[in-house]
Design a protein around this ligand. Structure first.
Ligand SMILES: NC(=O)c1ccc[n+]([C@@H]2O[C@H](COP(=O)([O-])OP(=O)(O)OC[C@H]3O[C@@H](n4cnc5c(N)ncnc54)[C@H](OP(=O)(O)O)[C@@H]3O)[C@@H](O)[C@H]2O)c1
Length: 256
């Protein structure tokens, strides 16, 4: 296998679209998520369409041992991951004090610890080879506190900060780390997060367009890409000057 991209959360949404972006360039893939049937269906369609090699490794990445097991399975097969797409993640709307701890804990495990651990496992090989790319699917949620999704927003702040900090450490190594920061995207995310009735998703972007923007930014070695121009202007040019309580009241309203 060549130019291998490992995509977590490849069974649906943005991850599936990232796998498609990678395969259409003739690059091989390892697909990871819990849904083995969905991964096998995607793998078969990518093999047929793009004549690429695709391996499926079904894993629940909230399980602490799963990240090391995944890395060991890749090593045991003698495979070299050149592109790491840390994409699996989920949200959950509600008041922090009323949310189940098991839900919040699983969210932090997947959205933060799995992202950091997979980087920690795969980056040393990339650095030793002087070549590699990481694309972490973060969110515009990572740029501000998020009442009514406080933990989710906090996990994405972690991903933004980690991605940029490590990217800076790796400058000149031949390895880049990029944070993909979408706004609302039409995937399974809204249903899982309990946000399907939210106005946020009325004009959601497609996973295909989002993945294409992320892939281009990753190839260019950019630090981050905010996929919606309106949100990019607000986040970088406007929100920092709005009193924080006012900004949070607006976010709370949008998400409620
Ligand atoms: N959609 C949006 O509006 C939006 C906006 C900004 C950022 N994002 C981010 O985009 C990323 C992808 O989400 P999406 O929008 O494409 O949603 P999605 O369609 O629900 O996809 C989530 C993916 O993560 C996988 N996943 C969930 N739990 C997992 C676990 N325990 N172990 C391994 N894989 C797991 C799912 O597969 P299985 O269920 O088969 O395991 C699925 O492939 C997430 O990090 C999300 O935070 C989404």
């Amino acid at each position: 296998m060549n130019n291998i991209g490992l995509v977590t959360g490849a069974s649906s949404g943005i991850g599936r679209a990232l796998a498609h972006e990678h395969a259409r360039r003739g690059r091989d893939l390892i697909l990871v998520a819990r849904g083995e049937d969905e991964l096998n269906t995607l793998a078969e369609s990518l093999r047929q369409k793009f004549s690429v090699d695709v391996l499926v490794m079904a894993k629940d990445l909230t399980e602490t041992a799963s990240r090391q097991e995944l890395f060991e399975a890749v090593e045991a097969d003698g495979l070299t991951v050149e592109y790491l797409f840390n994409n699996a993640g989920f949200g959950g709307a509600g008041q922090f004090v009323e949310q189940e701890w098991s839900l919040l804990s699983g969210m932090m495990e997947l959205n933060m610890r799995a992202v950091a651990e997979l980087m920690h496992l795969f980056l040393p090989g990339m650095v030793a080879r002087g070549k590699g790319k990481v694309l972490n699917t973060s969110s515009t949620a990572g740029f501000m506190p998020g009442p009514m999704q406080a933990v989710y927003f906090a996990t994405k702040a972690f991903v933004n900060s980690l991605s940029k900090g490590v990217a800076s450490e790796l400058q000149g190594s031949g390895v880049t780390v990029t944070a993909l920061c979408p706004g609302a995207v039409d995937t399974g995310f809204a249903d899982t997060a309990g946000l399907s009735d939210s106005k946020l998703f009325e004009s959601a972007a497609t996973p295909q367009a989002t993945a294409a923007q992320g892939y281009t930014a990753m190839e260019a070695g950019r630090l981050e890409v905010i996929t919606e121009i309106g949100l990019a202007v607000a986040i970088k040019g406007f929100i920092p000057f709005v009193p924080e309580r006012l900004a949070m009241a607006a976010i709370k309203k949008i998400q409620s």
